[in-house]
Design a protein around this ligand. Structure first.
Ligand code: ATP
Length: 305
């Protein structure tokens, strides 16, 4: 973990709704200037967590600290440091981008004209800011939404599914933009998403959430490093599986491929046994898993886009 100070600290957060434990003892920290992915399938508890982080709903137990301020006990000081877009930004389509920002700035105390110019610059909308929002692409609208969220000069930005609905070019632009904000302006950004490829490309660290629980928090690099897997293409699979599993842990099984842990020494030996037992070995491949493969392993087969 980097040695930067923590901007957002989440400790043992729980949320019960009725008799259901929706969020179960979630803890993690965001560091200054990092992009942190909050990854989980639909219904895993991302939105409920995000809503607790920004004070929209109250946790059943646990604490949230934003720049050292306890969100429940020092709400105003804590919330002052956070900018958020939960779902899509609300914008007036018939006003210009600039007029939208002016409207929004009225609701935030102590915002000066100079700050409006700054945020327009930060999100790179200088050339189009005086055009009406209805002429903007979805990506530009998202950026204007982020400009609004940045008005109060937050140290932590929370973006719920920021690339939703964007085309591939827009997704790439948004990804680069988010990284720039973190690196250049030292803002911590929490990105909630159900899109693995997004998180993999954009985030420094990731928390994987499944059924209201955090399964792992780690750097993307570390999660994926040194975890080579062996892909076995065998026929018949059932006998093949018995032989492979004597030496290596099976982590996933699909119709025509078996995936096991990798230890370099046993491959030749297993191969020999397979051939001896009359199993056709159509392929043995050593691969690094994608975040998606790992996600399926970690959640015991839960599917994700
Ligand atoms: N007010 C509520 N009453 C009952 N159950 C709820 C309520 N809000 C959320 N849930 C349940 O809590 C779980 C987590 O929901 P949440 O919306 O946080 O998931 P999510 O990961 O954000 O999913 P999505 O990406 O679909 O929004 C779901 O099973 C949902 O049905």
């Amino acid at each position: 973990m980097n040695s930067q100070p923590s901007t957002l600290v989440v400790k043992n957060l729980c949320k019960d709704i009725g008799k259901k434990n929706i969020i179960k003892n979630i803890s993690f920290e965001l560091k200054e200037g990092e992009v942190f992915g909050f990854l989980g399938p639909n219904g895993s508890g991302k939105t409920t967590t995000v809503r607790m982080l920004v004070g929209l709903i109250k946790p059943t137990s646990g604490e949230v600290y934003i720049y050292g301020h306890n969100l429940q006990q020092e709400f105003i000081q804590a919330i002052d440091h956070i900018g958020v877009i939960v779902e899509n930004p609300e914008l007036y389509p018939y006003l210009s981008g600039w007029e939208n920002l002016e409207q929004f700035a009225r609701m935030v105390p102590r915002i000066e004209q100079a700050r409006l110019l700054e945020v327009v610059d930060l999100v790179g909308l200088q050339n189009r800011i005086h055009d009406t929002v209805k002429t903007y692409s979805l990506g530009m609208r998202q950026r204007l939404g982020i400009a609004q969220a940045l008005l109060g000069n937050p140290k932590v930005l929370i973006l719920d599914e920021p690339t939703n609905g964007l085309d591939p070019g827009g997704i790439r632009e948004m990804r680069e933009f988010i990284r720039t904000l973190a690196e250049r302006d030292n803002i911590s950004i929490l990105v909630s998403s159900h899109l693995l490829s997004e998180i993999q490309l954009m985030c420094d660290r990731v928390a994987i959430i499944s059924k209201g629980q955090i399964i792992t928090v780690d750097s993307v690099e570390h999660l994926l490093a040194e975890k080579e897997r062996v892909w076995w293409k065998l026929d018949p699979m059932s006998i093949g599986k018995t032989i492979v599993s004597e030496k290596m842990k099976i982590v996933a099984e699909h119709e025509d491929v078996l995936i096991s842990h990798y230890d370099g020494e046993s491959i030749a030996n297993i191969n020999e046994k397979l051939v001896h037992a009359g199993v056709n070995v159509h392929g043995i491949e050593i691969k690094l898993p994608t975040l998606e493969d790992l996600f399926i392993e970690l959640t015991g087969g839960e599917t994700i886009d």
